[in-house]
Design a protein around this ligand. Sequence first.
Ligand SMILES: NC(=O)c1ccc[n+]([C@@H]2O[C@H](COP(=O)([O-])OP(=O)(O)OC[C@H]3O[C@@H](n4cnc5c(N)ncnc54)[C@H](OP(=O)(O)O)[C@@H]3O)[C@@H](O)[C@H]2O)c1
Length: 232
Amino acid sequence: MMGSVGGGGSPEQDQPVCVTGATGYVGSWLVRTLLRRGRRVHATARDPVKARRMLSAVEGKERLRVFRADMAEEGSFDDAIIGCATLFHVAASMDLHLSPDQHDAEERVRSQVLEPATRGTINVLRSCVRAGTVRRVVFTSSVSTLAAAGSEGSVVDESCLRDLGDVWATKPIGWVYILSKRLAEEAAFGFARENGLRLVSVVLPTVAGPFLTPAVPTSVQLLLSPITRIYC
Ligand SMILES: NC(=O)c1ccc[n+]([C@@H]2O[C@H](COP(=O)([O-])OP(=O)(O)OC[C@H]3O[C@@H](n4cnc5c(N)ncnc54)[C@H](OP(=O)(O)O)[C@@H]3O)[C@@H](O)[C@H]2O)c1
């Protein structure tokens, strides 16, 4: 866990927990885990039919409600978040196939990836404020936003966040993804501070293992790519 703002007590166990991105690799496991722990879960998906199909066999599914919500639509998360004590914001677009060689690559990255990612995250957080019941928001960040080089010893913390100017200038592998996660996280912390939301950012490493999704998750493809030679 990297940073946090706000303060207060632990969430009520009997209030539902909202998870965005329930049709994704991480989101589907999170929904399953929360249900197995006896929690009531409000899962959001752009395609609720897909979500229900994926989660149809999970233990505790009688405590699951699925809501349609899209980060691109203002107010879309209101119904799912209302009454929830905690929000896990897991949804993010992983479709970042923009070539840095295109003449207008930077402008397209800004308008087609970075702005929607940030706007979508704020859209979700606005629903939390409107709900008035959310005590804790968990943002899902990525290890790719950190640079281990230059850190003291083996500890990697907030001081190791990649410099945005450097990412723009050098365009390392995954640069669009790095920027989208960094900017969305930064905007989320700013919004949380201004609106009194308790927000923590959990930094995920590259995740691998069994999956509930119908397709092989991007991160599993990435980890297998030295063997399969299929690069995503
Ligand atoms: N997997 C990893 O190794 C890893 C590592 C570090 C951080 N993370 C972070 O963990 C989170 C989940 O990653 P993942 O691997 O589970 O990705 P994933 O399998 O691609 O899942 C992404 C989820 O986000 C949803 N989504 C995308 N665009 C959306 C939009 N506009 N509105 C609403 N939902 C939208 C997708 O819905 P659809 O099914 O409709 O496309 C899907 O449910 C992301 O924030 C990612 O950055 C993952």
